[in-house]
Design a protein around this ligand. Structure first.
Ligand code: URA
Length: 207
C-alpha cells in the first residue's frame, strides 16, 4: 500500500476512534493535507472555523497568515504536508452563545498525540516545522516554551524527527513586537532547508 492509501486508512481509523469517544458530539475532523512525500511537515495548533467548514487546514485567516511564511521561505504549499496536533476545532461558547476558538486542552492534545505520531512516522518528513507552543510542546515531549526554542533545529524532540520551532503567524499579528524575530526565524529556516543534506545529519534517535 502506498503512503496516500496508508494515510487515508489512518484518517479513517482516527475518525472512528474519536467518533466513539465524543459521540454524540459530532465533531468535524480536519486531517492533514498535502504531499505525502513531503520533506517538510508543518504542524499548526488546531483547526479554526473556516478550516472546520472546508475540512482543510489553514484555509481561513490562518491560511492568509501562512502566505508570508511561504513567500519568505520560498516553499510552495503543494510541497508541504500540513497538519494539527488536535484535529477538531476547539471552541468556547460566550454568554451570548457565540462560539470562538480556544487553545486545545492538555487532555485533547494527549488523546491525539499517538495519532499525530503515526502520521509523522508515515510521512517521514526530514524536518517538522511547529507553529506556536501547542505543537512545539506536543512534539518535544516537554514544556519548553516557544520563547526559548524558536528559530533553530531541535534534534532531540520526542517525535523522533528534527524540529524547527516558529512562533504561530497569528501570534505575530496580535503581538507586533515578535515580527522581527519571526521574520529572522523564517530566514534561518530557509537557510536550513537550503543546506546540502539538509537536516538528515541532525536526525536523532527518539528519546
Ligand atoms: N487555524 C488554523 O488553521 N491553524 C492554527 O494553527 C490555528 C487556527
Amino acid at each position: 500500500m502506498d503512503k496516500k492509501a496508508r494515510l487515508a486508512r489512518l484518517q479513517e481509523e482516527c475518525a472512528a476512534y474519536f467518533n466513539e469517544l465524543y459521540a454524540p458530539d459530532q465533531k468535524v475532523y480536519v486531517f492533514g493535507d498535502g504531499d505525502p512525500q513531503a520533506r517538510v511537515m508543518l504542524v499548526g495548533e488546531a483547526p479554526g472555523a473556516q478550516e472546520a467548514l472546508l475540512g482543510k487546514p489553514f484555509v481561513g485567516k490562518a491560511g492568509k497568515n501562512l502566505d508570508e511564511f511561504l513567500e519568505r521561505t520560498q516553499l510552495k504549499r503543494a510541497e508541504l504536508y500540513i497538519t494539527y496536533p488536535v484535529k477538531f476545532r476547539p471552541v468556547k461558547i460566550s454568554d451570548k452563545g457565540r462560539a470562538s476558538n480556544r487553545t486545545p486542552t492538555r487532555e485533547e492534545i494527549g488523546l491525539f498525540l499517538p495519532w499525530l505520531q503515526r502520521e509523522i512516522d508515515l510521512i517521514e518528513p526530514q524536518l517538522i516545522v511547529s507553529l506556536g507552543n501547542v505543537p512545539l510542546q506536543a512534539l518535544l515531549g516537554r514544556r519548553d516554551t516557544i520563547g526559548q526554542m524558536h528559530g533553530r533545529v531541535i534534534s532531540d524532540a520526542r517525535c523522533g524527527r528534527p524540529l524547527f520551532a516558529l512562533y504561530h503567524p497569528a501570534s505575530v499579528i496580535y503581538n507586533p513586537s515578535l515580527r522581527e524575530v519571526y521574520l529572522h526565524d523564517l530566514d534561518t529556516l530557509k537557510e536550513v532547508l537550503r543546506m546540502e543534506r539538509p537536516v538528515g545529519q541532525l536526525d536523532a534517535p527518539r528519546a
